[in-house]
Design a protein around this ligand. Sequence first.
Ligand code: PLP
Length: 408
Amino acid sequence: MKPIGPIPEGFEALNGELAFGGVRVSEMEARAGRTPFFAYSKSLISQRIADLRASLPERIKVNYAIKANSYTPLLEFISGLVDGLDIASGGELEMLQDLGIDGRRVSFAGPGKRDAELEAAIAAGVTLNLESENEASRALAIAERIGKTPRLAVRVNPDFELKGSGMKMGGGAKPFGVDAERVPALIRRIVDAGCEWRGLHIFTGSQALSADAIIEAQANILALAHRLAREADITLPKLNMGGGFGIPYFHGDEPLDLDRVGEALSKHLQKLPDSLKSAELFVELGRYLVGEAGVYVTRIVDRKESHGQTYLVTDGGLHHQLAASGNFGTVVRRNYPVAIASRFDEEPTEEVNIVGCLCTPLDRLADKAFLPRAEVGDLVAVFCAGAYGASASPSAFLGQGPAAEVLI
Ligand SMILES: *Cc1c(COP(=O)(O)O)cnc(C)c1O
């Protein structure tokens, strides 16, 4: 038997079925129109954001990194709850523009921004988090050509990283940001060129569950931001401190103690250096806001035995939920939280492997999980599917088509 991850708070059994907010999985299926589907909970998202704001100092603003989940209704809903939105492509900018979101609420990071993307962003008043000196030159030239003052920030490649982070994005050679020691000169150059100066972006990593690691990273970020501002002889109108707040996916993962993060941050805010005194301070979060608020539901289409093991074969798989299959940035595959959604109140009695319908051995949703007995027609739920699910899976693979999505 292999353990499964912890089922997030907010899910319950209703008439024997998995439910959230009083809505049963069979009703979610009816709204989605088919299996497999992703269901996202508005109430869980707004609760999460309210809890986050209660834990963090009031001055800290919250950005949503839309790459975690850009399902249009969810994007529209969450954009009313957060202070700003972070994008990483021109396509994501178009999604926000289609929703009528003001570009001045948006910042754009990410390496490899094409000229057309820079132009669309500058025209819309989006803040560009510059990833290189070359990108700065292109942005300034494009702004000049279209007669707009560009809103520019510099993304720093810091000389430290977020410890225990699932995905490291700072420290050493990186394709992201400008090495810290070269940042002051770049700031001087873009400010002298007449941009609207928007400060710094310092992102150090993702999926950290340790409050200590986040507290240490935030202290380092504030110190580095001050040092760079002082060297450039400038104050910071804005500092995007990154995020990295993680969620429990696997057995043994403990939720992040956000109150401790908030308390440590409060102390820092009381003694901010002059360069940061009037800065707007942001955290940018993806999975922490939406990851636990979504579930992926797929139907069992076959139940078979092979060499003493039971396989539940579903109509879903890694083409929708790549991360749960262990093929999205993990070294060792471990089980996400899963359940038999149509028998959510039944006791586990058997060990099963849950697989997808793709003809590849990579397509596994749970290995040797101990679950209630399930039959063909039952529904399987994979939790923690609100982030990096539909938006980060190869839905064209094998022609199985995308999953449905519903916001409830
Ligand atoms: C991906 C990304 C995020 C969001 O990461 P999460 O782990 O989902 O919170 C935030 N900022 C930047 C720069 C990113 O690339």
